[in-house]
Design a protein around this ligand. Structure first.
Ligand code: NAD
Length: 267
């Protein structure tokens, strides 16, 4: 299937590793021009070089930017626009808020998580819209979490559970508001995809339960996830890239979970 991505400009936020990195690589493989960011110059440059090597795509722009700040979001979008003069697709992604229970977290921790998870989505969207409106088309995908539908099993993630829900409220409203301008807005929700973030979370849960991260993973794989394994970042990226692409032209306002069947809700 030709996804219609050749020459399209895709911005992938938080992409030096993990889900963002896999999404950037998939866009590159599909022939898109890709701008990708993370905080450290060396990490994002080396990820971009690696993607270039693997895909042969020379239109990969690494940008060092901290998405938890207004300036960082501006630097990312302005650099991408300066290099590619267009913006067709925005993938909103960021590092996850730290694990913790309600009693562990003060106002500063909540504010940091709001800046990273909610405000990066607000700001990147606000910065991308003028160009998309000029082009009279665009596609925005928020990469969030299945925890929006059902908080994670061990409940250490109250920041993520609480704040990502507001991103979904925003996306559903925007999908209706922006449709008339040719801009689609959707979300993709990872369940348990094998990245460093999952190692961090499983290590935290293991500490709280006096067991090992391997035992936590095994429990998920044997009793929680019907497909019996954690997903691969490339499997997640395939779903994001499809929904973002012109081939998904009538898909708007949806949230697609990519979780091996983990959630038991009907919708
Ligand atoms: P990861 O730790 O493997 O990668 C995170 C990426 O974000 C890295 O490139 C890092 O440099 C970048 N980053 C972090 N903070 C940043 C900042 N302030 N500015 C710019 N870049 C920043 O994590 P991941 O597994 O790829 O997860 C990505 C997001 O998806 C996180 O928010 C995570 O909570 C969420 N999520 C992941 C899973 C999963 O299964 N992996 C499940 C649910 C939700």
């Amino acid at each position: 299937m030709d996804l219609g991505l050749t020459g399209k400009v895709a911005l992938v936020a938080a992409a030096s590793k993990g889900l963002g990195r896999a999404i950037a690589e998939e866009f590159a493989r599909e022939g898109a021009k890709v701008a990708m960011c993370s905080r450290e110059e060396s990490a994002i440059t080396s990820a971009a070089e690696d993607i270039e090597r693997k895909t042969g795509n020379k239109s990969i722009l690494p940008v060092a930017a901290d998405l938890s700040t207004r300036e960082g979001c501006e630097v990312f979008v302005q650099n991408a626009l300066g290099a590619f003069r267009a913006l067709d697709i925005l993938i909103v992604n960021a590092g996850g808020p730290p694990p913790g229970r309600f009693d562990d977290l003060d106002d500063t921790a909540w504010q940091k998580a709001v800046d990273l998870t909610l405000f990066s989505a607000v700001r990147l969207t606000r910065l991308a819209l003028p160009q998309m409106r000029k082009q009279k088309s665009g596609s925005i995908v928020y990469s969030t979490s299945t925890s929006v539908r059902q908080p994670t099993q061990y409940l250490n993630l109250i920041l993520s559970n609480a704040i990502r829900a507001s991103v979904h409220g925003m996306l559903k409203t925007l999908s209706s508001d922006l449709a008339k301008e040719g801009i689609r807005v959707n979300a993709v929700q990872p369940g348990r995809i094998a990245t460093d973030r999952l190692v961090q979370l499983d290590t935290d849960t293991a500490k709280r339960q006096n067991t090992t991260p391997e035992a936590i993973r095994k429990r998920y794989e044997e009793t929680v996830i019907p497909l019996g394994r954690y997903g691969e970042p490339a499997e997640y990226a395939a779903a994001v890239v499809f929904i973002a692409s012109p081939k998904a032209s009538y898909i708007n306002g949806v949230s697609l979970q990519v979780d091996g069947g983990m959630l038991m809700s009907m919708f």
